[in-house]
Ligand binder design. Sequence first.
Ligand code: IVH
Length: 670
Amino acid sequence: MKESEIRKNYTKLINKLTKHNKNYFEKSAPTISDREYDIIKKEILDLEKKFLFLKSPLSPSGSLGYKPSKNFIKSKHRVKMLSLSNAFNIVDLENFEKKIFNYLNKKIEFEYSVEPKIDGISASLTYKNGLLVMGTSRGDGTTGEVITENLRTIKDIPQKITDKDFPKDIDIRGEVFIKKNDFNALKYNFANPRNAASGTLRQKNTSETKKIPLNFIAYTYGYFIDEKIKKQSDFLNSLKRWGFKINENNKILKTVKDLVNFHKKFENNRFDLEYDVDGLVYKINSLELQKRLGFTANSPRWAIAHKFSADSAYSQITNISIQVGRTGALTPVARIKPVNIGGVVVSNATLHNEDEIIRKDIRIGDTVKIERAGDVIPHVVHVDLKKRNKKSKKFIFPENCPSCGSETVKEFNRVTKKHDAVRRCTNEGYDCEKIAIEKIKHFISKEAMNIDGLGKKVVENFWDLKLIRFPQDIYNLDYDKISKLDGWGNLSVSNLKYSINQSRNVSFDRFLYAIGIRHIGIENAKLLAEYTKSIKNFMSFISQKKFNEFLNIDGIGDTQISSLKKFFNNKLNYSVIKKLSTILNVSDLKENKNGKLLNKTFMFTGKLLDISRAEAKSLIEKNSGSVVSTVNKKLEYLIIGEKPTNRKVEQAKELGIQILSQKEWLRLLD
Ligand code: IVH
């Protein structure tokens, strides 16, 4: 063989390996089995041994060409690792404070602990009696991968803490990251420092992790019982005393105005920092107040991430395509000439909806400004009219669904008294191809059935191969056929089988969320599940068309009811659920049987003192009681605040329902 041919062959193999590294590290979606990966690696190493002139920075013989493992042990976090909601401007911050005041039913003054948001990956470290006993990645927030040995290689992470104040049992949480300078040496292998940190940390081979200079900055705790520490800033100081690195730019500020000023200053100087920072985190400093405010489904009410403004670039629109979402929304997407924005190559940008295209008069062929911020999908800011071709024509938005041809509508919103900006396909079910695919993608997603062997791309692939048409088909896959497909090996098929089988046991609220009813997100699914307790009860409400019964649930209103009606009017939707309920083991909701208010139902009328409705409701639910929103025989207690609705009080009296003042109610709870 000629030398040029050997080189060509070698480069081909290196490129192949790099592609699979990327699929694994960056997309977390490997397309080949471990064995197949090993074969490519071996071919490269054999060639290098035979022909000494072959060399590449991407070779597995170098420090980075290692094989990542998918097989870390998993561990459930004692306290969930949640994410933060984002703010992009002063209005978002004001709304954040407003929500807090509403929740507390009072305007109060508080301090913020302000901390730079390092763009790395979070890790949780469990210390018992001063010794580091376990370290995990965030995983899906509930369960993480056990990566203790890799974390031990990080010099910033103490293995043993002797300070006498150090808690006996605590999870310390923080960010693992790689400095910009160190990343420069690795940039051929990873798209950005964050991926480099993530990939390195998840190495099966600890000695490989050791070679890369990772850093750790601590910022919070998971499991921890302490009465003495009262403020986040005090906790940060304790962390430092105990031997952890904390961010040297942490600060305490008071008002939104202070936050915005500091943000502006910090944003301008952030390029001087040694590491990537994508925003600031603001946390209410008082730990007691944090506890009162609690959490929504995914993030704390007491903290927010204030992102830095977007990076942007100009590019040309080559086409506009229309995507159809799970709920039928038609989203126009600009296909653009690929352009690098802040280290990421962008080739698509959302145009949001039809109105946006009209308002900005966006046309195919236009040169446009594209903005990208964090993980948010890049979008078109404006058109550079000077560069517009004189012959260009306005973009005509399709009036029929590009997937199934159904009529599309802009719904009338009863709250805003306006027609929606979003055009929707009127087909609610599985007979619109694109909607069906999106429904299945939603079904398998993390928060829903959590079938991690079956990514979005795999769903599309299986759809094209006619292996799936409905969610229930997932439980009847032809594994023989799959194992013969390109990119599938025995290991990946058995992983797929395993995660599908795991998903057969599912709680009712997750299942309800997974079937993907519009306006029934995680929170509403929980409310419906808590009210009906089991899928059997729920389906009997549905088959008897007792939709209005759900109006009893605080939080469920007309929007959700009409969406439920529309969804179940569709026979296919109904039959999918019936089928799934015979295949899956959907567990009933267990009642919290310990609370003082077990089996008691409450309703509020009038304004409460020093506590919002939301907090009052969560207090009742924490004590096993429930809150309803209409006066009927099922109601036991009507709690009266300031200026109650007379009609409700009268009705309650007529039905012999007990009436309590706020004080009397709180006495029930001690
Ligand atoms: S607090 C529930 N503090 O941001 C509290 N997070 O979107 C959540 N992060 O996964 C964590 N710097 O990876 C917190 N000073 C900081 C942070 C920080 C970076 C990351 C972390 C987390 C994500 C939240």
